[in-house]
Design a protein around this ligand. Structure first.
Ligand code: NDP
Ligand code: 2IT
Length: 448
């Protein structure tokens, strides 16, 4: 899509001031492409440098994270927290530990998070953090020392009313536990609402672990319903084998679909009988091993392809749930040739701009990450609610809230797309609906 001429200089300035941050450029460009229709209808949204302000993080924190490994060597990593936008509530968003992390990646994630959080309708601003720390092969003791050092610096920037991190790639229940322990010790406060994704033993919410994957499947279910169909009897492919992928697969199965393949960064496995989720959970959640173990442990009807693209596996529903730009234009063409009906992004920005265009031109139902994967952060906001009222809800009650939130997000994206003359365009719908909520709050708060 072309950028509106009023917005072109804004994009040019973002590219100039944030040189070399390719993923951030990509995320901003996609949102600005959608906003042309908003400023055409409501020119006042282009006033007071509102859009320029939305593209500039409120605060960016970069810090040294020193730690001692098991052999006594001192290691250094870099920590980040980008507090992007607090118009709607405290900064909220996950922490990623992966060697590819840099400022541009955290900024793209924080930018996306701002609109995603607005779409949930809950009072949360946008932020994201992380480190270029590589957890692979590190002992439990090393992970703990790293988390403690990371939090020793980060804690002064957090607070239940200020900034509330959670998990993302490489950060799950174990890491959140170590970080919460260190925060509690440093502040001498049992401030449960300062982190989400906590264990059930110390203030976590039921269904938070499942929420991103389950939520993405609820979104796709609602999207399929617009074409009078559902998951029953359909074959899906889900990339990744982490938190989002596992609970995406679980819900697809519960809705009567089957999952042909899943992956990790080394390759993918195909199982003729449908992926055995108990085995994936054992390999990934308990043993923390590679997905190639799946084929080694379960030989019949299974094969493992090293490297290769999981999107070569024919399916009707594709749910990319690993990382950004993992699904290219070439992959999209292959999926379309193989008859894909719907694509739901569990990960953040997993499809390249080319891939998105190919899906949309082919009439494939396409749910962008900032809408489809919002169930995770929405349930984090429910965790904050439970912490604030010192309450703990049942799984069913929490999942029911999650399902209702996902239906609302779907419908508000669909209605917004319709209102702005692009029915069925969930990318446009999500970007505009999210933007309008943030923009209205920012206008009310004056120039900040
Ligand atoms: P996990 O760390 O649990 O799992 C990540 C999975 O993706 C692993 O299978 C990993 O493989 C694979 N992966 C990670 N990086 C790469 C890479 N560079 N190339 C190929 N594969 C890769 O993370 P999550 O499941 O939590 O996150 C997955 C995605 O979902 C991310 O985009 C995240 O931002 C997004 N997300 C997460 C939410 C949450 O609540 N956790 C909420 C909303 C979105 P390997 O183990 O080999 O590295
Ligand atoms: O990308 C995301 O939405 C997350 N990693 C979850 C953020 C959160 O605060 O639960």
């Amino acid at each position: 899509m072309q950028i509106d001429e009023k917005l072109e200089p804004i994009l040019a300035e973002v590219l100039r001031r944030n040189a070399g941050e390719a993923e951030f450029h990509q995320a901003v460009r996609e949102v600005l492409e959608s906003l042309g229709r908003v400023v055409a209808k409501h020119p006042d949204y282009a006033e007071d440098a509102l859009i320029e302000r939305i593209c500039e993080p409120e605060r960016q924190i970069i810090f040294r994270v020193p730690w001692v490994d098991d052999s006594g060597q001192v290691q250094i990593n870099r920590g980040f927290r980008v507090q992007f936008n607090s118009a709607l509530g405290p900064y909220k968003g996950g922490i990623r530990f992966h060697p590819s992390v840099n400022l541009g990646i955290i900024k793209f994630l924080g930018f996306e998070q701002t609109f995603k959080n607005a779409l949930t309708g809950l009072p949360i601003g946008g932020g994201k953090g992380g480190s270029d720390f590589n957890p692979r092969g590190r002992s439990d003791a090393e992970i703990m020392r790293f988390c403690q050092s990371f939090m020793t610096e980060l804690h002064r920037h957090l607070g239940e009313h200020t900034d509330v991190p959670a998990g993302d790639i490489g950060v799950g229940g174990r890491e959140i536990g170590y970080m919460f322990g260190q925060y509690k010790r440093l502040t001498n406060r049992y401030e449960a609402g300062v982190l989400t994704g906590k264990g059930l033993a110390y203030g976590g919410s039921r269904a938070r672990r499942e929420a991103t994957g389950y939520g993405a499947v609820y979104f796709v279910e609602r999207m399929l319903a617009t074409r009078g169909t559902d998951f029953a009897g359909k074959t899906a492919v889900v990339s990744g084998a982490g938190n989002v992928a596992i609970y995406t697969m679980e819900k697809i199965r519960a809705f009567g679909g089957s999952v042909a393949a899943c992956s990790d960064s080394t390759g993918y496995v195909v199982d003729e009988n449908g992926i055995d989720l108990d085995l994936v959970k054992e390999i990934k959640e308990v043993r923390r091993e590679r997905i190639s173990e799946y084929a080694r442990l379960k030989r019949t009807g299974t094969h493992y392809i090293e490297n290769g693209s999981i999107w070569d596996v024919p399916c009707q529903i594709a749910m990319p749930s690993a990382t950004q730009n993992e699904l290219t234009g070439k992959d999209a063409r292959k999926l379309v040739r193989n008859g894909v009906l719907a694509v739901g992004e569990g990960a953040n920005m997993p499809s390249t701009p080319d891939a998105v265009r190919i899906f949309q031109e082919a009439g494939v139902l396409f749910a962008p990450g900032k809408a489809a994967n919002a169930g995770g952060v929405a349930t984090s906001a429910l965790e904050m609610q439970q912490n604030a009222s010192r309450d703990s809800w049942t799984f069913e009650q929490t999942e029911e809230r999650l399902a209702a939130i996902m239906r609302n997000i779907h419908d508000s994206c669909a209605e917004t797309a319709e209102e702005y003359g692009a029915p069925g365009d969930y990318v446009l719908g999500a970007n505009i609906a999210g933007f309008v909520r943030v923009a209205q709050a920012m206008r009310a708060l004056g120039v900040t």
